[in-house]
Design a protein around this ligand. Structure first.
Ligand SMILES: CCCCCCC/C=C/C(=O)SCCNC(=O)CCNC(=O)[C@H](O)C(C)(C)COP(=O)(O)OP(=O)(O)OC[C@H]1O[C@@H](n2cnc3c(N)ncnc32)[C@H](O)[C@@H]1OP(=O)(O)O
Ligand SMILES: Cc1cc2nc3c(=O)[nH]c(=O)nc-3n(C[C@H](O)[C@H](O)[C@H](O)COP(=O)(O)OP(=O)(O)OC[C@H]3O[C@@H](n4cnc5c(N)ncnc54)[C@H](O)[C@@H]3O)c2cc1C
Length: 560
């Protein structure tokens, strides 16, 4: 995040100076935005950067305990530099949050520079690999940096201390977060596909019940309940991969437009990255835990790979923007779009469907049979009607409040759901678009079509209340969707293992005895147990001190 922050907010000169140092690891940087007192509310940060015209320097200071920087990854032990976000004060005026490059440690012996206090913030959730990340705490006591270490692409402070705003939108200050959010969506697909690969392979090996006459037991993957829990997660892994690819394209497109000062797609980039980050990370975190349960008792063993994956993955719901806070950003943009519909302004990009408001508010879903749900046009329209109607309902309810902000606050739980509906529509749409393309490989397209339908109909089934409450579907049509979903699971089943093998993960990368490619699960589990340090001794440490006296005492008592 250090590098993208300098790229996005630094001038060409600053980039020329700092980026080669970072690329060559002559300096190590981190992204120091969040503070002990404020993370989500970026405008509420308290660290100050006060310009001193006498020396042509900024004085970086932490005025309160709550202004201590808290969380930045790489800060605690490794970083020599940070991009620090602080309130810029010049000529006695507070100009709000800006980025500054600040050296924290000596490049000779790595000791903190004068006025800099820093350290690690302590152990984190689980015993997993995230504890190898030195998330840190940082305080400044009037630390001076040259004026040219303020990132000056978006605004400048002159030698005299005058604040000059460039003609670029101030939201570009948040550009690094947009960049990382889009990469987090691709990352969600990777984490989810790992968990699903483990659970599908193990479910094909694991057998329980089913034999009345001494014949073979049933692979748990053949149980309908196992399929109905697992296959939607398999479909989600593919769905997130495709929407992640599309988001990466959108991000590249927006970046190219920004270079020629076209800011028209900035809001779209913010809404899509924020919303997709929130929906995909929440779904993935839940899915990894579900995969653990799908693997029964063995899923709880560290050697299954799932506990570690979960512990390392769950903070994705919080970092780079708490998911609820991000969905409320999407909701704000949805409300703005709805309010502009009457003025005739045509929504664009992923909001374009809202332009069909007259039709979508009235439309009646034409599905009559379970097979009708295989028609992507019916799926698309049902999701569009649900999302639009939820947004319009929210807007109408907010409109009845005494003021907009109060209405937004009161209706925020509903707004969250409207934002989720909008984002799910994007995921479904991008999956449908993907399976319409030419896809090489015999039968691959059909498999992806099945997964696309599983993702859409499972999402519909899970959120059926929304579809019914908005009148987008009838209860009968909801039941038909569920009927079709069951048929799709049966079609996915023969290819389930191939569909996870297609992720092409090595056993080393998966790190799971349950998810082994060769399916040799039981010998591997057995062998793994003997690697437990507790098994290094046959008689445990502490036996003579604690267990033996206890056992002897009980023996004596029983003889009395
Ligand atoms: C691959 C895995 C890598 C994992 C690495 C993980 C390491 C983790 C790093 C971190 O966590 S770094 C810290 C991340 N912190 C956050 O994400 C903070 C979340 N908060 C915010 O983003 C913002 O403060 C807010 C919630 C968006 C609110 O901002 P603010 O109060 O300033 O603004 P608003 O009044 O709500 O909106 C103003 C205006 O700006 C638009 N906007 C907001 N954000 C963006 C953006 N990113 N891009 C473009 N535009 C943005 C917003 O829509 C409003 O627009 P208008 O309505 O005025 O048109
Ligand atoms: C592993 C990890 C790595 C991190 N790395 C970095 C890093 O490198 N650099 C950095 O600067 N930061 C980093 N962070 C910090 C991270 O970005 C913040 O923790 C995150 O943005 C959430 O902010 P918060 O902690 O202030 O949560 P809070 O905003 O305090 O959230 C607490 C609760 O309040 C709710 N809430 C907050 N505001 C609202 C609202 N307006 N409406 C409704 N509900 C609301 C939230 O939904 C949540 O339930 C990291 C965090 C973690 C966990």
């Amino acid at each position: 995040m250090f590098v993208p922050a300098i790229k996005g907010q630094g001038t060409e000169e600053q980039q020329k100076k700092w980026l080669p140092l970072a690329y060559k690891f002559q300096i190590i940087g981190c992204y120091a935005q969040t503070e002990l007192g404020h993370g989500s509310n970026v405008q509420g940060l308290e660290t100050t950067a006060t310009f001193d015209p006498m020396t042509d320097e900024f004085v970086i200071h932490s005025p309160t305990l709550t202004s201590s920087k808290w969380w930045p990854g790489g800060l605690g032990k490794a970083s020599t530099h940070a991009v620090v976000y602080a309130r810029l004060i010049t000529e006695g005026k507070d100009y709000g949050i800006h980025g500054f490059i600040v050296q924290l440690r000596s490049l000779e012996d790595h000791s903190p520079l004068p006025g800099v206090t820093l350290g690690d913030i302590g152990g984190k959730f689980g015993s997993g690999a995230y504890n190898s990340m030195d998330n840190g705490v940082l305080r400044f006591d009037h630390v001076r940096i040259p004026r040219d270490q303020m990132l000056m692409r978006l605004s400048q402070v002159t030698r005299e201390g005058k604040y000059v705003q460039s003609d670029v939108p101030k939201q570009l200050l948040y550009g690094t977060m947009v960049y990382v959010r889009q990469s987090i969506v691709a990352d969600a697909s990777k984490a989810l596909s790992r968990a699903v690969c483990i659970a599908v392979r193990y479910s094909a090996i694991r057998k329980q019940f089913g034999s009345q006459d001494g014949g073979p037991e049933t692979q748990v993957l053949n149980y309908r309940t196992q399929q109905s829990r697992l296959f939607p997660l398999l479909a989600s892994a593919y769905a997130f991969r495709f929407v992640g690819d599309w988001l990466n394209w959108l991000y590249t497109d927006v970046t190219q437009k920004l270079e020629v000062k076209d800011y028209s797609t900035l809001q779209e980039a913010h809404a899509c990255t924020a919303g997709l980050k929130a929906v995909t990370t929440s779904a993935t975190a839940d899915a990894i835990e579900e995969c653990r349960k799908l693997c029964g008792g063995h899923g709880y063993l560290n050697s299954s790979g799932l506990p570690e994956l979960f512990a390392v993955y769950v903070p994705a719901c919080t970092y780079e923007g708490d998911n609820v806070v991000l969905l409320l950003q999407v909701a704000r943009i949805l409300m703005k779009t709805v309010s502009q519909l009457t003025s005739g302004k045509q929504p664009v990009g992923t909001m374009a469907y809202m332009g069909k408001v007259q039709h979508l508010m009235q439309s009646k879903c034409a599905v009559k049979t379970a097979e009708d749900w295989l028609n992507p046009a019916f799926i698309q329209e049902a999701f569009e009607a649900r999302a639009l109607r939820m947004a319009v309902n929210c807007a109408q309810n907010i409109g009845q409040a005494s003021n907009q902000e109060e209405g937004f606050y009161e209706r925020s739980p509903d707004l969250l759901e409207a934002a989720v509906a909008h984002i799910q529509l994007i995921i479904v749409t991008k999956f449908i678009e993907k399976v319409h393309q030419d896809i090489p490989g015999h039968g691959v397209k059909e498999q992806l079509q099945n997964l696309c339908n599983v993702y859409a109909l499972y999402t519909l089934h899970k959120h059926l209340g929304d579809f019914l409450a908005t009148g987008s579907l009838t209860p009968k049509q909801g039941a038909l969707a569920n009927e079709q979903l069951g048929k799709l699971y049966a079609q996915v089943r023969p290819n389930a293992v191939a569909l996870v093998d297609a992720f092409n993960y090595t056993d080393h990368y998966l790190g799971s005895v349950l998810g082994r490619y060769d399916g040799n699960v039981y010998p591997a589990l057995y062998e793994e147990a003997w690697k437990d340090p507790l098994n290094e001794t046959v008689v445990p440490e502490g036996y003579h001190e604690y267990l033996r006296p206890l056992l002897k005492q009980q023996l004596k008592l029983s003889r009395l």
